[in-house]
Write a protein that binds this ligand. Structure first.
Ligand SMILES: Nc1nc2c(ncn2[C@@H]2O[C@H](COP(=O)(O)OP(=O)(O)O)[C@@H](O)[C@H]2O)c(=O)[nH]1
Ligand SMILES: [Mg+2]
Length: 191
């Protein structure tokens, strides 16, 4: 199974993907310890939920297999071309938005719309997870700030318009790994 991760440059995609593909919580990369390189082209990450499960469950239960997921990060520089990378079987998308930078949000909105048009036009139902990243950098009231972000992107309207898309939203910070369990769980539910 393949899921794409897109978003503007510097939104936090690579670090998130590194966390998703690391099975041991103690080894999760952090902005303090891991220096990411700007992604040129496409990055591939393997997420194997069996490894994690094997650590925590008895042998008896290990026969149950969990999905292996390939997460593909499309570099922000490719945003004009993201749609060309989504194959006909792609049904799931993670869209990462750095909510600490409102100037970028307005620009990335156009590309979000392109992605939603693509997924919304598919016959089967699709899933889009909006990740509001870098919430640790938001100094104002987070709820008020997120309302502003959602307004800029017209998300309430878009969620209602694209009825075949199952939208989920999560706030995330690479510090403290807030939101990470939710994102992992969302990935697990790929079919
Ligand atoms: N404060 C903060 N910085 C982050 C967070 N996630 C990533 N970063 C930093 O943002 C920069 C860009 O991250 P990266 O994952 O390479 O973004 P990408 O270009 O979208 O792949 C790096 O310096 C990261 O350490 C976060 O949640 N909070
Ligand atoms: Mg990157």
């Amino acid at each position: 199974m393949v899921v794409f991760v897109v978003g503007a440059e510097q939104a936090g995609k690579t670090l998130l993907c590194l966390k998703l593909s690391t099975s041991d919580r103690d080894e999760y990369p952090s902005p303090k310890t891991t220096k990411t390189q700007s992604t040129v082209g496409v990055n591939h990450f393997n997420v194997d939920f069996n490894v994690l499960r094997a650590r925590h469950q008895s042998r008896k239960n290990q026969s149950q297999t969990e999905p292996r997921v390939v997460v593909k990060e499309l570099g922000g520089q490719l945003c004009q071309n993201w749609l060309a990378y989504f194959g006909p079987d792609i049904r799931d998308l993670i869209f990462v938005i750095d909510v600490s930078d409102l100037s970028v949000i307005a620009r990335i909105g156009v590309h979000l719309l392109e992605c939603l048009n693509h997924f919304g036009a598919l016959k089967e139902s699709t899933r889009v997870l909006i990740v509001y990243s870098k919430i640790d950098l938001v100094t104002k009231d987070l709820n008020v700030h997120l309302r502003r972000v959602r307004n800029i992107l017209r998300l309430t309207y878009l969620f209602a318009w694209y009825q075949t898309i199952d939208f989920q939203e999560v706030t995330y910070s690479a510090y403290e790994d807030q939101g990470l369990p939710y994102i992992k769980n969302w990935l697990r539910l790929l079919d």
